[in-house]
Design a binder for this molecule. Structure first.
Ligand code: NAD
Length: 256
């Protein structure tokens, strides 16, 4: 028993989630599955994705996994078509996958720049393109693009990543205008510093903990479930008149 919401509109809802095998995406997959949604998720990490889907199915929940590199647009769109064949057209899309590899500005190659755009931005548009026709037919749908506070707070050594994450806002707002007449909503979910496995093993040490304590108004730590709850709210009918907006879940980080 928790104090958190159960959403009747998520029960039986076909949802597609990218990067669902680990990190925030894994928790998003678990939370939607627990709500009774029909979850289709992709990740490049085959073993973890297959194990997660098997665990959820064994628990009586609905989850299908496809091992896909989301930078391969054709393969990703084919995986989405596979989920649609099994679950019906997706009425929610959570564009969560990304890669925050840090590179100093003078070491960014042309190839590294293109790779960052592909893994952090391009897939989100082409996944949306794959699910929109089904949403139009249904007359409703919700697309959640992922931003990041990193560019808002001037994080260094992340130029291509922050450029792609800032671009998510423009993409969301333009799509919100195009799709609003069809009842489809498009919003940007902006995580603060979330204590995932990767963050804890790669980036969060004593200095970073001191920074979080100084910058966050709320003195706890943010965890993937904090982001999953916002993704669920934005997918559920509870947010039915919200589109083109940014939702920062950052513990009240001082952006000044
Ligand atoms: N963790 C944070 O503090 C934080 C802060 C701001 C924004 N975000 C955003 O939240 C989202 C999730 O971040 P996270 O911290 O869970 O990341 P993560 O690196 O822990 O997990 C990303 C997932 O995406 C998958 N993935 C990466 N490249 C892929 C590819 N080419 N094809 C398919 N799958 C691929 C990975 O295997 C992994 O399962 C991202 O959009 C990220 O930019 C996270």
């Amino acid at each position: 028993m928790t104090n958190f919401a159960t959403y009747p509109s998520l029960k039986g809802l076909p949802v597609v989630i990218s990067g669902g095998a680990s990190g925030i995406g894994e928790t998003i997959v678990r939370e939607f599955a627990a709500q009774g949604s029909k979850v289709g998720f992709v990740d490049i990490a085959r073993d973890r994705g297959e194990a997660l889907a098997a665990e959820l199915v064994a628990a009586g929940q609905s989850a299908r996994f496809a091992a896909v590199d989301i930078t391969d647009v054709a393969a990703y769109q084919a995986a989405i078509a596979g989920f649609e064949a099994a679950h019906g057209p997706a009425l929610a899309l959570v564009n969560n996958a990304a890669n925050d590899t840090r590179i100093a500005w003078n070491e960014v190659t042309s190839e590294a720049w293109d790779k960052a755009m592909a893994v952090n931005l391009k897939h989100a548009f082409f996944a949306a393109q794959a699910v929109i026709p089904g949403m139009i037919k249904a007359g409703k749908g919700s697309i959640v693009n992922f931003g990041s506070i990193s560019w808002m707070i001037l994080t260094g050594n992340l130029t291509a990543y922050t450029a792609s994450k800032a671009a998510a806002h423009g993409m969301s707002r333009s799509l919100a205008r195009d799709l609003g007449p069809h009842g489809i909503r498009v919003n940007t979910l902006v995580p603060g510093w979330i204590m995932t496995e990767r963050q804890l093993t790669h980036w969060v040490g004593d200095a970073e903990n001191a920074l979080i304590d100084a910058q966050q108004a709320l003195k706890g730590r943010l965890y993937p479930a904090d982001i999953a709850r916002m993704a669920m709210f934005l997918a559920a009918d509870d947010s039915q008149m919200i589109s083109g907006q940014d939702f920062l879940v950052d513990g009240g980080w001082a952006h000044g």
